[in-house]
Design a protein around this ligand. Sequence first.
Ligand code: FES
Ligand code: FES
Length: 222
Amino acid sequence: MGGATIGSASLLAACGSDTTTQTITNTTTTTSTVTSTTTVTNYICPVDSQKFSSLADLQDHYSTEHAGNQAENIVTLNVNGKAYALIVEPWWPLAYVLRDILGFYSIKLGCDMGNCGTCTIQVDGAPMFSCLMLAVDCDGMEITTLEAMSDGINLDPVQQAFYDYDAYQCGYCTPGLIMAAEALIKKNPKPTAEEVQEAFSGHLCFCANMTKQVECLVGGVD
Ligand code: FES
Ligand code: FES
């Protein structure tokens, strides 16, 4: 499945609302509080854009008003600990749904056919090329993207290692590599160079920076 061509209106549903409050304290004298609120309250029909307050209402409407469509293509994707109920077309790649519908822009598309690794995410803890997966097959799965690796202020140890070793140039391949690296380090905290090379074997870096990308993980990260 390469070169996926995505058709028309695609807006799907969403799930609830949440409020995040972060207190940031630096070591000198300043304390500040940042409050961000994300509210997604509507379940939206992908055909006529009518809004509903629950997934059940949307399903009723969809099967009644758009009987020719397949209402059974409703999936729940658990992304970075939050559930998203979506209506998907059966041919939609997971990469498209995560990036273009849900807005997880860390996911980059390179080849769109499984040859470069830039679209790598974790599905149930394993690194996967999201361009090769269908969203309709991922109902109930736990999906992790690069957005979950940092609290928005501090880098996690793998990200920090990439930073410390200058293991990036243009950065286009970096999110996919970091997702593969995170999965490797979780399973094998002190990998050898050969083990890192194997974990990165499906990835291409067009800036030819793979030496540093491997080096920064050998022996583990702090
Ligand atoms: S974009 Fe998925 S492997 Fe290249
Ligand atoms: S850093 Fe540019 S493609 Fe890898």
